[in-house]
Design a binder for this molecule. Structure first.
Ligand code: AMP
Length: 240
């Protein structure tokens, strides 16, 4: 049975890093919608051209575009062992669409993890975050007392600040998160496979907690009928 995970949480919660690690260790497909959009921008594709302005303002790209991107990835053969979603869903409409895709695939339950970090800590982390301009990986945090490296540890590319990590855009992204994405907690919280993890701890500690709660939720989910999670969403909540 496939292991299907949603890594939820505000920008800067560390969900991208943890989603990457978890997917690598378990042989699952990691799907980061932010990374896909940044690649589309680099490639100059029509989606990238549409997304760039919205992303630079900290706003969300439209649901239809995002749902199409994720549907296409989830139906590929390499998603069959399972997936870890980072940055999707970000709205209730996207979450409803994901439920439909997961129930069409009929392959394992959906485990939802909400990584929580206080807002002050998020702003601090995002202001100092660097990513590789070549491969998109996050820069390693500097060792205590050492200067931050300017080269990517993975590919040697130059580390730069994301254009949407400047203070003004970060505040807008946090506002958008409160307004559009936080209602998702309400959407998922009554499911037997919903879990919360404290993201304001050392990376290794967060990783351990995540592993434990995901394994536990997957066991619980496996015992439920495949459609139970979708049915747990009251039909009147679902939009036409
Ligand atoms: P992220 O790398 O996840 O922080 O995403 C960066 C930006 O990409 C966001 O601020 C949005 O503009 C856009 N984006 C990524 N994922 C989504 C999504 N699921 N829905 C709408 N916009 C998204």
């Amino acid at each position: 049975m496939a292991l299907n995970v949603i890594m939820m949480g505000p920008p800067g919660a560390g969900k991208g890093t943890q989603a990457g690690r978890f997917a690598r260790e378990r042989g699952l497909l990691k799907i980061s919608t932010g990374d896909i959009l940044r690649e589309s921008i680099k490639a100059g594709s029509p989606v990238g051209l549409r997304a760039q302005e919205l992303m630079d303002r900290g706003e969300l790209v439209d649901d239809e575009t995002m749902i199409d991107i994720v549907r296409e990835r989830l139906l590929r053969p390499d998603a069959q062992p399972g997936f870890v979603l980072d940055g999707f869903p970000r709205t209730v409409v996207q979450a409803e669409a994901l439920d439909r895709i997961v129930s069409e695939r009929q392959n394992g339950p959906l485990v939802i993890v909400d990584v929580r970090v206080p807002e002050q800590e998020l702003v601090r982390r995002l202001a100092g975050r660097l990513i590789c301009s070549k491969c998109g990986a996050n820069g390693e945090p500097p060792k205590e007392g050492a200067a931050a490296s300017t080269a990517c540890a993975k590919c040697g590319g130059e580390l730069v600040q994301r254009t949407d990590d400047n203070e003004q855009v970060v505040l807008e992204r946090l506002k958008v998160y409160e307004r559009a994405t936080k209602p998702l907690v309400e959407f998922y919280r009554d499911r037997a496979t919903f879990r919360i993890v404290n993201g304001a701890q050392a990376l290794e500690r967060v990783a351990q907690e995540l592993d434990t709660v995901i394994e536990d939720a997957a066991l619980v989910g496996a015992k439920q009928p495949q459609t139970a999670a979708v049915k747990a969403v009251a039909p009147e909540k679902a939009r036409a």
